[in-house]
Design a protein around this ligand. Structure first.
Ligand SMILES: Cc1ncc(COP(=O)(O)O)c(C=O)c1O
Length: 403
């Protein structure tokens, strides 16, 4: 008998009173046990009968072990299975977040003849200067009263943290952000100003916590910054605005980190105008989505390197996000850091726009010509960059060659 088998036997079925940390521990052990056996589906229910970690500390839980022969892949029972985001859910999200977000402008980038027709979707103008507010506002608004009461927490490179903190402050609930310790000072200061408690961790630790959906010592209701149906539905609202403002669009390019942005916008676009191509953009130093599309399965990116593109470019593509993105994304374009810097400079020169690195990936990708001649919408997903760093980047790169 394997250790996993023994563990499952010892817990099946029984009643326990558990703290959040104990609950997370038991969820992990049950899953490890199930993986060891290869043919068991498992889960933990709280006293309300809901699967998964319940929001407040100390509760009665029933550990259930259900035999399901032949099932080799174990999806934690605490997670809702991935399902498509319906157009109606995006339309409802639009009404729900209308008073919180800005309906951002779509402006044409004047590049002159010989360049693709590119329009910039200026999400850097959102109240938190990044698109993440759309998803965060929708996800927090859709939590139950009891989930909200326990406070919320998220994991972030800085923009999701601002979005969740902003939405939490509006809802009058406390917020904790497990933040990547190298996040720019501007992002850290903004989260603090929004009243968030910050727990700084290295990049690898944050990425692992995103996968495990838990972090020791942090309690409350977890709002995942990309693998969350309601969060993604909130991003979908941007797709509706793009179609209203530029019905002649032939391609849309979005930066990819975890994949929530492109999934949200792609869900709206593919339901209403499936002929529009959805492209992802990643930096050469962190391009797991491009690798995954090339290999036909979710991949870890070998040789991942941090860079000034701190909002996008993950270490791996999570299998659940692959499942979400695969039907919606037509391809990925990888750009160099130099091309990204040039795109930042071009936007500053031609449109007087301040974009962070991740926000400039789509323009850099559009300028490669791989997404065609347009009209292309490049999503300028954020503008949260320390101004000193922004100036250094502009000075370090050559003047744009376009007229
Ligand atoms: C500015 C910006 N652009 C793009 C992304 C990538 O979004 P996603 O993780 O939803 O793929 C992020 C993620 O935080 C971001 O902050």
């Amino acid at each position: 008998m394997t250790a996993g088998h023994q563990y499952l036997r010892s817990q099946s079925p029984t009643s326990l009173r558990l703290s959040d940390n104990q609950l997370a521990y038991h969820v992990r052990r049950v899953i490890v046990g199930a993986v060891a056996l290869g043919d068991w589906a498992t889960g933990i229910r709280n006293e309300r009968g809901a699967w998964g970690a319940s929001p407040c500390s100390l509760k009665t839980c029933t550990v259930l072990v259900v035999r399901a022969r032949g099932r080799k892949s174990i999806v934690p029972a605490s997670l809702e299975a991935v399902r498509p985001i319906e157009l109606a859910e995006i339309q409802e999200a639009r009404r729900r977040i209308a008073q919180t977000i800005m309906r951002t402008p779509l402006v044409r980038l004047e590049l002159g003849p010989g360049y693709p027709d590119i329009r910039l979707k200026l999400e850097n103008l959102q109240p938190i200067n990044a698109y993440k507010l759309r998803g965060a506002a929708n996800a927090v608004a859709m939590l139950s009263e009891s989930e909200r009461k326990c406070g919320v927490w998220t994991i972030s490179a800085g923009n999701a943290g601002q979005g969740v903190a902003y939405a939490a402050r509006r809802a009058g609930v406390p917020c904790t952000v497990v933040v990547i310790e190298t996040a720019p000072a501007s992002k850290i200061e903004r989260m603090e100003a929004l009243g968030a408690r910050l727990v700084a961790v290295p990049w690898e630790v944050a990425w692992k916590a995103l996968d495990e959906r838990s972090f020791p010592g942090v309690e409350g209701t977890f709002v995942h910054p990309f693998d969350d149906h309601n969060f993604i539905a909130g991003h979908g609202t941007m797709g509706l605005e793009i179609l209203e403002d530029a019905p002649d669009t032939v391609a849309i390019i979005a930066g990819i980190g975890g994949g929530g942005l492109i999934t949200g916008v792609g869900s709206a676009i593919k339901s209403l105008k499936p002929e529009i191509k959805m492209w992802g953009a990643e930096p050469e130093t962190a391009a797991p989505a491009a690798l995954s599309f090339a290999m036909g399965s979710p991949q870890v990116f070998p040789g991942w390197k941090p860079s000034f593109v701190d909002g996008a470019g993950g270490q791996s593509l999570f299998p659940r996000m692959w499942e979400r993105m695969k039907p919606l994304v037509d391809g990925c374009i990888v750009v160099t850091l130099e091309q990204t810097k040039q795109a930042m400079r071009l936007m500053a020169e031609k449109a007087r726009v301040i974009s962070e690195g991740a926000g400039a990936l789509p323009l850099a990708a559009g300028l490669t010509g791989r997404a065609g001649q347009g009209p292309i919408v490049a999503i300028v997903s954020g503008g949260n960059i320390d101004l000193k760093k922004f100036c250094e980047i502009l000075e370090s790169t050559t003047r744009s060659t376009s007229p």
